[in-house]
Design a binder for this molecule. Structure first.
Ligand code: PMP
Length: 433
């Protein structure tokens, strides 16, 4: 067993330590602080392609991709050039611009459920707006979400889910009124029977069901076809809205998102990440009948100072254009499948209990036997071992999401050589953890 390479983190440590007195926990979004894997986070200096470089000059093969948006590779030349050109004409208008129509058309053409779309500035905003719309449209208050699914940090979604059974929501964070989350019902992912029971117990009160059509926020957990189709059927039967939160999966799972990939069409779709090409964007869209409730077409209020800003629209347009070229999704599928297959095989060969999976450019591995079909099963993973694996990979020059319960992402910039290097690094790490 080789000793781990020594990782020089002097500047990262200094900057992160200074950040402690400036930002809560030193960060502007919690998972970045590496709390669940221990050790100090890497402070980035620059990104390019599938590589990130830190403030100490270390370069890593990156599988976080800014948590999803960097699907064309970081700082893609074409996306950058488009942004720079638009910048000369202004970054924010606060007035209609044609770029909004262009991106809207691309989304409507590609995403089966979307007839009309509203752009926001984050995934959180997209999801909380979709929630309000589900309620406004059905005139009902309750919603069903799944254990381990994340839909941004709006009050109603911050519910600590009970263990498997239908649980009345308890807030997951101080500051969230119990009265708010009392309307949030939870069920286990991939369990349509629990959902049917909740509909039974709350007849005529459930506005809709929201889910990640492929879970990324509990680690990578794919849905069963029975589950997705079951949810579609029960929502139709009960007059409830089926909402796919595709913030993570949109234009990543396939050209028409997870709904096209699985052939199950929701009523509403939330989007984000890839759709903004690295700039802050979210979106929600759906059937005309539902979307016509949104202000000013209809009475449901929702707005945004920077929504549809020309810079973000430009980055999104160029990103979707690149993803529309032949071979884009085939590339993502091929490199990601190879990565997971070879890493899991190497882990198992080294005596570790492991499983993993991928769809297109989204993947995950767990340190348990698997298969993992729900968040409860994901929690069987040996998270202490994951933390050692994460640290080891960092030392070997591979940047993974700093939590067992986050999916990984590849990009068009990941080459076979990057995958080979990652697998070789993983073999060295498996031998010493
Ligand atoms: N929904 C899902 C499925 C997400 O993965 C995320 C972000 N990870 C969000 C919503 C929230 O998006 P944002 O961080 O842009 O507010």
């Amino acid at each position: 067993v080789q000793a781990p390479p020594k990782l020089n983190q002097v500047n990262s440590e200094r900057i992160f330590s200074e950040a402690q007195s400036l930002l809560p926990g030193g960060v502007n979004s919690p998972v970045r602080a590496f709390r669940s894997v221990g050790g100090k986070p890497i402070v980035f200096d620059s990104v390019k392609g599938c590589k990130v470089t830190d403030v100490d000059g270390n370069t890593y093969i990156d599988y976080v991709g800014s948590w999803g948006p960097a699907i064309c590779g970081h700082a893609n030349d074409e996306v950058n050039a488009a942004i720079v050109a638009q910048l000369q004409k202004g970054a924010s208008f606060g007035a209609p611009c044609e770029l909004e129509n262009t991106l809207a058309r691309m989304v409507i053409e590609r995403v089966p459920s979307v007839d009309i779309v509203r752009f926001t500035s984050s995934g959180t905003e997209a999801c909380l707006s979709a929630l309000r719309l589900m309620r406004a449209y059905t005139k009902r208050d309750k919603i069903i979400k799944f254990v381990g699914c994340y839909h941004g940090h709006a009050d109603s979604f911050l519910v600590k889910a009970g263990s498997g059974v239908a649980t009345l929501g308890l807030p997951d964070s101080p500051g969230v009124p119990a009265g708010t989350t009392a309307h949030t019902l939870t069920a286990s992912y991939n369990n349509v029977e629990e959902v049917k029971q909740l509909f039974e117990q709350n007849k005529g009160q459930i506005a809709g069901v929201i889910l990640e059509p492929v879970v990324g926020n509990g680690g990578f957990i794919p849905p069963s076809m029975e589950f997705l189709q079951g949810l579609r059927d029960v929502c139709t039967q009960e007059g409830a809205v089926l909402c796919f939160d595709e913030v993570m999966t949109c234009f990543r799972i396939s050209k028409g998102c997870a709904q096209e990939y699985f052939g199950v069409i929701p009523d509403l779709t939330c989007m984000g990440k890839v759709i903004g090409g690295g700039l802050p964007v979210g979106a929600y869209g759906g059937k005309k009948e539902i979307m016509s409730m949104v202000s000013p077409a209809g009475p449901m209020y929702q707005a945004g100072t920077l929504s549809g800003n020309p810079l973000a629209m430009t980055a999104g347009i160029k990103t979707l254009e690149i993803l529309g070229r032949p071979g884009a999704y085939e590339h993502l599928q091929r490199v990601t499948e190879r990565l997971v297959k070879e890493v899991v095989a190497a882990g198992q060969a080294a005596g570790h209990e492991m499983c993993g999976g991928s769809i297109s450019g989204m993947f995950g591995v767990f340190f348990c036997k698997g298969p993992v079909r729900s968040f409860e099963e994901a929690q069987q993973s040996d998270t202490a071992k994951f933390a050692r694996f994460h640290r080891g990979m960092l030392e070997e020059g591979v940047y993974l999401a700093p939590s067992q319960f986050e999916a990984g992402f590849t990009s068009l910039a990941h080459t076979d050589e990057d995958i080979t290097n990652t697998v070789e690094a993983a073999k060295r790490v498996f031998a010493r953890i």
